[in-house]
Structures are given as C-alpha cells and as structure tokens.
Design a protein around this ligand. Sequence first.
Ligand SMILES: Nc1ncnc2c1ncn2[C@@H]1O[C@H](COP(=O)(O)OP(=O)(O)OP(=O)(O)O)[C@@H](O)[C@H]1O
Ligand SMILES: [Mg+2]
Length: 457
Amino acid sequence: MALRSILIADDEEPIRHVLTVLLAEQGYFVRSVKDGDDALRELAARDYDALVTDVRMPGMDGLSLVRAVGQQAPETTVIVMSAYGSHDLALEAMKAGAYDYLGKPFRPDEVLLVLRKAEERERLRAENRRLRREIEASRGAGAIVAESAAMKEVLRTAQKVAPAKTTVLISGESGTGKELIARALHEMSPRAERPFVAVNCGAIPEKLIESELFGHAKGAFTGAVSAKRGLFEEADGGTLLLDEIADLPLHLQASLLRVLQEGEVRRVGDARTIRVDVRVLAATHQDLAQAVAGGSFREDLFYRLNVVGLRLPPLRERTDEIEALARRFLDRHASRLGVPAKPLSSDALRLLLSWRWPGNVRELENALERALVLSEGEEIGPEALPDELRPSRPPGGPPQPPEEGELSVKKAQRALEAELIRKALERTGGNRTRAADLLELSPRALLYKIREYGIGE
Ligand SMILES: Nc1ncnc2c1ncn2[C@@H]1O[C@H](COP(=O)(O)OP(=O)(O)OP(=O)(O)O)[C@@H](O)[C@H]1O
Ligand SMILES: [Mg+2]
C-alpha cells in the first residue's frame, strides 16, 4: 500500500518548491498550498494519501489543521514540519494525531525516510484490515463449505431465517455441521454482537439441567450456596442453542415450552420471573418426529421448535462437497500448525470419495489433520489416510499365475481360484449366493476369498 498522492502546506515558497520537485521526481503526485485553509479546501476536493504541513503558518496553523484533518480526512497520514523554536507545537500536533515530524531544515533523504515509514505503517494497516475481513469470513456463513445442491439450499434457508427471532430445529447425523449452522444463524442475525450460548442437553446430569437452564435461588437445594443465573439469562439478547434436544427429560420439556411462549424464566426455588430476550435454536441427531410418535418428546414443543427445520444431509449423500471440504481443512490446519499446505494426490482423493464417512464432516476433518501431520511427500498420498479408508487388499495385489518355469502349486491354485471366482461372478451378474453354488463353495468361503484376492475392486 504505497502512498501516492501528497499535499504540501507551507507558507514559505522555497520549501514548497523543493518538496514538490523532490517528491515529483520520486513519482508522487504532489500539490502544494500556502496555508491551512487552502489545505482543507484541497483535501475536500480530492483524496490525498499524505499531508506534509508546516506547524507555524499565518491563518490556520498546523496544529488546528491536524485536528481538522482528523475530522475531515481521517485516512490521510499527516506529517508535520517544525523549524527551530516550534518543536513544542510539533509535539502538540503529534498528540493531536500527526503521524511523524520533520525538523527544518531537512535533507531530501530525511523526507523520503519519513514517507517510507508512513508507507510501512499504511501497509500494516491494510494487512490488518485484510486479516480482519478474513476472520469475519471464517465466522458466519463464510466458514461453511456448500458445494452440493442440498447444502446450498440449507444455506439459503439459513440466510432467510437468520434475521428473525424464529426458532429453528437443526437435524442431522453426528458431525454434519449442526453447531456450525447454528453459529452462522447467530452471526448473520442482529444479535451477532450478543452472546451465543450452546448447551448439550445430553451431557448434563438430569438433576442439574433445570438449574443450568433457568438458574436457581440461593438455598434452592443442597449445594446451592449462592444464587445463580441460568443459561437463558446468560444468553439474554443473544442466541441459545439447545443441542441434543431429544435428551431433554419430559418434565423439563414442559418448562421449556412455557419459557418459549412467555419469554420469562423462573429460577429454581425463586418465585419471581425474569424477562429474557433469547432466540432459541435446537439441534438433534435423532429423528424428533419419531421421538414424538414414541412418546419421549412432547408434540407441542416439537411444533414450537420446528417452526423452521434445517436438515443437514450426511456427507455420503453429498460427495460433491468432499474435495472442497478437504481443501478447506488442509489449508486451515496447515496455517494453524504453521506448516505449508499440501495438495491432495488423486489417489488420496479417490479414497476420500469412496469412503462412507460414518462420522461425517468431523471425521473428514480429523482424517485430513492427521494426514497433514503424517505425510512426508510433496502431496498427501493415500498412505497418510486412516487405514479404514483403504479397501482391504492382499499384500502384493491380486494373485498372479506362476512365472515361466515356476512350479508353485499354491500360486497356481490361487490364481486359478481367483480366475474362476471372477468368471462365476460375471456369469451371475455379481450375485454371490448363486456364484457360490456354481463354484461349489459356501457363501462364507466365497466372501472370504473375494476379500483375500481383492476381487471386484
Ligand atoms: N459445511 C461445512 N463446511 C466447513 N466445515 C464444516 C462443515 N460442516 C461441518 N464442518 C466442520 O466439521 C466439524 C463438525 O461440525 P459440528 O460440530 O457443527 O457438527 P455437529 O453436527 O454439531 O456434530 P455433533 O452431532 O457430533 O455435535 C466442525 O469442525 C465444523 O467446523
Ligand atoms: Mg454438535
């Protein structure tokens, strides 16, 4: 971020002349004016990256000018020049927001040095702004990879409902990104600056959930030595995520419904009610409608929570996302671990695409973090991925017929068996039971040999 345009303000013509020539020679766009009023007029007319101004001028002096620039053109870097006897004024100007000062008389290289320093600071400020933007993008919706049609739809709905206070029920298998979506809903809402509180209803002992959620009065029960605010109060003005909501005991489902309807909580052992303004999100890996049918979840609460439902599909149903997710995780963990990011080899990608990912996105993320640490080459190869991703294969590949002149009965037998099994599977269109019949093998034995010989991979 180079400074390119510079305005000079000085009542002495020779100074204006010297600086204009010097800076124009260095490629800066330069204009000069004779006092503070003219400088402000010029700054209003166009943007300057820097202002180099004398502190003592007739009319508006440098100090007042620095203050006015701070108001009118805060992005402009100000450098003040002070002659012998005006150092105090220069210091005042620095306190008022000038970035640096030049003592008069100055040599050309001193002027250039001060400008370089200002440029360096400007570069750091720009870098800082860029990092800030990146951090913001890594929160909220920017953190979510959505390549598949299903995830794009989820994000679209999330963007639509985020600004309102609507309760949202987020469902999906473990590791599909339920908490990530909940955070994004919060970040995209007007509540973003207020707290986001997440509580796992399945992880708190049943006896404690009520006081966790709603707080308790002093002496409400043994051990309640002082009054305590509940999570609803903690989340006041913000968002409360009730994770694993299906694990909430029935009697507390009734209390929760009341809080949602009335917007008030009552601490355990306290008669007063406290108004809270909380947006509630709920998440579950279970099928809540089924829990309702089975009687373990209140139907009225289900409808109250499920005003909008977001279902996150398991990763195996959105394989078109795997590559983008993998890239994102490799970059993220590389920068976190302070190691260079590596690309995925095509063999490794093939393994990622064919695995069923029971632990969904979290499992993928863990696999790649591990791969990044383990891999030694230029790229991430299949050997760095967890064993379970690799189809079991006999060491050395499928059996080969004996070489010319080789007399191994065992080798010939294995090769023949593999060949016959392949043919039988071909003839039965892959039907293993019928193939086993043709081969006069038990289905178990056939399955074993198929695995051992790596057939059909
Ligand atoms: N679409 C996505 N883009 C980027 N990262 C994702 C995505 N989905 C999930 N993740 C990451 O995967 C990990 C697991 O996600 P999260 O904790 O939100 O899942 P969850 O559904 O709440 O899981 P659980 O049911 O086990 O609590 C997190 O590190 C999250 O950042
Ligand atoms: Mg979760």
